[in-house]
Design a protein. Sequence first.
Length: 57
Amino acid sequence: MPNLKEQQIRQQALQFAIDNNRLEGLYLSQEMLHYFQKWVMGEITISELKVKTNEIS
């Protein structure tokens, strides 16, 4: 599980990506956001997140 600092970095990266996508008119589904939050908290790895995003897309 990532420490608090790593979680903050991940959360900032996620928010940056969300904001950039919104500028392009793209929005994350609630399901996708759920998996990204699981990654932020360290509940899944980046590899698992990639698999989930490919399954959902």
